[in-house]
Structure formats: C-alpha cells, structure tokens
Design a binder for this molecule. Structure first.
Ligand code: NDP
Length: 244
C-alpha cells in the first residue's frame, strides 16, 4: 500500500522553506491539497505556486489572533483542514544564565503556544468530521536537553506533553495527534554551525551525517496516512540514531 492523501486538506505552518517546505512537497506528492504558511503572504503565495494544488497564506504564529484567522481562512480556502502540521519554529540560543526573559517568551510563543492555539482552532472542524491528523514538529533537544537551548528545549518538551494530552482528549473523535522529533537536519536553522561543531556532532550520529528535510517529511506523510491509523500520542524520532 502506498501513501495516498488524495482529497485531504493539509495546513503546514512555516512551510516557505526548510523542513516545512519539504513536508508540504511530500504531502502534495501524496495527493493532498496544501496550505503554505509563512509570515509574508506574498512569499507564501510564491512558494505555493511551485507546488500542485497549494495555496499561500500569511500568518505570524506568535500572534494568537492571526492563527485563529489563518485557520478560518484555510478552512474557507481549501474547504476544510484534515491534516494540521505545526512546524513553524525559531531558536534564540544563549546559556541559561544569560538568557533574557524576552528570549524565553519569544521561543515559547513561536514554538509552543502557537501549536496549542492552532490545534484548538482546527480541532473544531475535525471533531465535526470525526477525522483529523495533527502532527507537531518537536526536536530531539526536547527529549535530551541541550546546552544553550533551555528555552528551545522547554518549548519542544512542552510540545510532547501537548501532543499526548490532545491524543487523549480527541482520540474518541478519530483525531490522531503525534509528534515528530528530528535530530539535526540541514536547513537555515543549522547552517550557522561552525565546521568544528558540525564535525563533533556527526561523530555522535550513528548514520554519520546530518539529516535531510525529506527524511522528516516521509515520517509526517506516513503519520498523516491511513497506514498510521492506529498510532496516536507518539513521538517518532528521526535523528540518524543520535538519541538512541
Ligand atoms: P527554518 O528556520 O529553516 O524555517 C522556519 C520556517 O518557519 C520558515 O518557513 C519560516 O517562514 C517559519 N516561521 C518562523 N517564524 C514564524 C512565525 N513567527 N510565524 C510563521 N512562520 C514562521 O527552520 P527548520 O526548517 O530548520 O525547522 C522547522 C521546524 O523543525 C522547527 O519547528 C524546528 O524547531 C524544527 N526542528 C528543526 C531541526 C533542524 O535541525 N533544522 C531539528 C529539530 C527540529 P517565514 O520566514 O517565511 O516566516
């Protein structure tokens, strides 16, 4: 059985580039209609123009009212939301002792509060249809912790608790909620690493390479599909064995 998402409507936050873009490409390749989302609507529309059956939407996920509007606009634009992928995320790294309150709040709002608000808004339509697939992009850092990333690790660990709670609250309505935890993936987010840091990291990865965005996208497509119909409340780690 191959992954067939024909007729499904998917919203992927932060899908103008990086992992989110790869997820959008993969879901579209499996037949889904996809909402591309970034802060700049024009950029999101330009990306959507490159993907079959995609539409672009602008939304800053740190602003709660914009998320509510996004969900309503995507429901109107695509005719509903069957698959919600909470992928948009940021880092504001610093050692914990030097971390400013603003750095803490910005990362929690962008990575964790945004997912809660999107899930709360999108799950209403999913409950009516008795179908929904919610996939939150967390990180191995949320499971392992990381020096210099107390805010980011806390936001990603928070997503795990959110995922498991939503799975329990909405399971009876056939809404599945899972998380995908990538290790270190080649994107803008990891491009700033020094060559030395990259070498040291690779020494700890059994598969001896950083991941590619498509490595994450495959797991998301599987979780969104009927092949994963009995999977909920789980965290799928895609890290080349780093956390093993
Ligand atoms: P990138 O920095 O490459 O891309 C981030 C995406 O999020 C962009 O599409 C950006 O769109 C969007 N975005 C950022 N801030 C906002 C905002 N306030 N509102 C709406 N959209 C926003 O990140 P990655 O692809 O590397 O990461 C994607 C997810 O995967 C994140 O949640 C990250 O934490 C997670 N992850 C990444 C790992 C990695 O190694 N790269 C490892 C583990 C997890 P735009 O600029 O157009 O607004």
């Amino acid at each position: 059985m191959h992954i067939d998402l024909t007729g499904k409507r998917a919203l992927v936050t932060g899908s103008t580039r990086g992992i989110g873009r790869a997820i959008a490409d993969q879901l579209a390749a499996c037949g889904a209609d996809v909402a591309i989302v970034g802060r700049d609507k024009t950029k999101a529309e330009a990306v959507a123009a490159e993907i079959p059956r995609a539409k672009g939407f602008g939304c800053d996920v740190t602003v709660p009212a914009e998320i509510e509007t996004l969900i309503a606009d995507v429901e109107a634009g695509l005719g509903g939301i069957d698959i919600l992928v909470n992928n948009a995320g940021i880092t504001r790294d610093n050692l914990m002792l030097r971390m400013k309150n603003d750095d803490w709040d910005a990362v929690i709002d962008a990575n964790l509060r945004s997912a809660f608000i999107a899930i709360r808004a999108a799950s209403r339509g999913m409950m009516k249809k008795r179908f929904g697939r919610i996939i939150n992009i967390t990180s191995v850092v949320g499971l392992m912790g990381n020096k210099g990333q107390a805010n980011y690790a806390a936001s990603k660990a928070g997503l795990v608790g959110l995922t498991k709670s939503v799975a329990k609250e909405l399971g009876s309505r056939n809404i599945l909620c899972n998380a995908v935890a990538p290790g270190f993936i080649e994107t803008d987010m990891t491009a700033a690493m020094t060559p030395e840091a990259r070498e040291a990291l690779i020494r700890n990865i059994p598969l001896e390479r950083l991941g590619q965005t498509r490595d994450v996208a495959g797991a998301v497509a599987w979780l969104a599909s009927d092949l994963a119909a009995y999977v909920t409340g789980q965290v799928i780690v895609i890290d080349g064995g780093l956390a093993a």
